[in-house]
Structures are given as structure tokens and as C-alpha cells.
Design a protein around this ligand. Sequence first.
Ligand SMILES: [Zn+2]
Length: 134
Amino acid sequence: MKLLTAQPEDRIPFRLSDRPYDDHWQGYVLGEDATHRYLWIWMGSNIRVICVPTGETGGYDHAWCYPRDPAAVEAAVEKWDPETQDEPTGWHKRPTSPRRAPRRDEEPEYNRPRCEHGCYIADGCRTLNCRNAR
Ligand SMILES: [Zn+2]
């Protein structure tokens, strides 16, 4: 995903990122496509990436939790193609249901099943006692 860059007129209270700031969500807008806006928000103990349906203000369809490292989060989302790839990489928790990309059949290797911590189930999980890993 091509990331957005904040403009000089954007009002950003505590600049943690070069992305445009969204006052409603109190987070940074990473990018957008035909159906969703993609933002990251500071959540206390982690950063949450959210997929908000265009025009929606009440909720989001999908989200992933990352360690509190804005640069790492933005790099992961920048590498991600929401059209063909179900989910970005590098997260450790998914507070929503899994996402399915519209053209996911084009990247079957990337879109293999993941455990609840974001690891490919076939590769095993780094988390002890993961209930999804074999
Ligand atoms: Zn796991």
C-alpha cells in the first residue's frame, strides 16, 4: 500500500508519524483504497491498525495489534497489498475476525492460514501453548 504523507496544514497534537492525523479516530491515516481507510491508533500497550469502511465513523471491519513501534507498523502496512493479501505481517493479536482479500487467490502462499498470533500455522507459532499451532 502506498502510504500517505501529512500536509503542512494537518494539525497533529503529538507527532508520532509523518502520516495525516485523523481527529475522529485519533490516529494516523496510512492509506486508502476503493472501500476502506487504513489507520493506526495508539492503544496504551500496543498499536492497533484498523480498516475503516469509507465514510464510516462508528466502527471498523478489521484490526491487528502490533508492538509500540510506529516505524515497524508503517513498514508492514507499506509492504501489504490489501487487494491480494488477506492481512499485513508483524502483528501479534487480531481483535476482529480474519480478513479475506478480494483477489486472495492470486497469492495462495501468502494467504495460508494463520494462528491467532499472526504466524502461519504450518510454520508453528512463537507463542507458548498457542491453541492454533500444531
Ligand atoms: Zn499462535
